[in-house]
Design a protein around this ligand. Structure first.
Ligand code: SG7
Ligand code: ZN
Length: 266
């Protein structure tokens, strides 16, 4: 076995064997059941400012594409985050093989084609991303649903580089500025709850903020995601059911247990 993944033999159902916390009571993603969400008038709009942000590197982690951020200054606050300031570390995506599934969170059982994650860490309380990632209150992830429609101009800056990172472990330097703010839906309504990383080690350190309104990407852009491979260029193509295609890289919903999902309406 070559570590965790999304195939039957190493997929989400097997993660708790290697990472016990993956079987915990605060895991992500979840199915958001709108009827059970709590309207909370103390919640405010999320304030995300990304100025002079540089995407230093785009890579294929074998589990997704990932855009690593460096330099510039970013600040995420408001909503459930209170006065603590969170900074952007990286963004990445999860998607399906076809357009009818691929998101990690679902809404009343509805799946979207993909889900984009902007991963931030709490700079007010921690001194590094690694420290924050394993600590309660350490991370805040903005989740956006992607549906197939018109082309997303900003995301194209990522898509056109994907041919250079087709295989696991490949990475390229990004020179063109990419503005993560362009991925945030114009309508700021969101759901928020206490959860976890959706991949091993599944640390229960994430304040999730999932936007209600999806953003649109084109079929061609989705196909660019799906052209990626989950294996290293020196390895032969795995014989599992995904045949080495980097698709279906989403974890299905986990039990809500005793948590409450709060909703903010813009
Ligand atoms: C993706 O999702 C990657 C991971 C990320 C993980 O597989 O982007 O990042 C790295 C460093 O490979 O893990 C710690 C971390 O950010 C889980 O992030 S998520 O919960 O937002 N999906
Ligand atoms: Zn993610």
């Amino acid at each position: 076995m070559v570590g965790w993944g999304y195939a039957k033999a190493n997929g989400p159902a097997t993660w708790p064997n290697l990472f016990p916390i993956a079987g915990g009571r605060r895991q992500s993603p979840i199915d958001i059941k709108c009827e059970a969400c709590q309207k909370d008038s103390s919640l405010s709009k999320i304030q995300a400012v990304y100025s002079g942000i540089k995407v230093s590197e785009l890579s294929n982690t074998g589990h997704a594409w990932k855009a690593q951020v460096s330099g510039g200054s970013s600040s995420l606050k408001g909503g459930p985050l209170g006065t603590d300031e969170y900074v952007l570390e990286q963004f990445h995506c999860h998607w399906g093989k076809t357009n009818d599934k691929g998101s990690e969170h679902t809404v009343n059982g509805k799946c979207y084609a993909a889900e984009l994650h902007l991963v931030h860490w709490n700079k007010s309380k921690f001194s590094s991303f690694a420290e924050a990632a394993s600590s309660d209150g350490g991370l805040a992830v903005l989740g956006m649903f992607l549906e197939v429609g018109s082309e997303h101009e900003e995301l194209n800056k990522v898509c056109k580089l994907l041919p250079f990172v087709q295989h696991k472990g490949q990475a390229i330097t990004v020179t063109e500025p990419i503005s993560p703010a362009a991925f945030i839906p114009k309508n700021g309504s969101y759901w928020t709850y206490a959860g976890s990383l959706t991949t091993p080690p599944c640390y229960e350190s994430v304040t999730w903020i999932v936007y209600e309104h999806p953003i649109q990407v084109s079929q061609t852009q989705m196909d660019a995601f799906r052209s990626m491979k989950s294996y290293h260029p020196c390895e032969t193509c795995p014989e599992d059911e995904l045949a080495g295609a980097l698709v279906e890289n989403y974890r299905p919903p986990c039990p809500l247990c005793d948590r409450v999902v709060r909703v903010y309406k813009d």
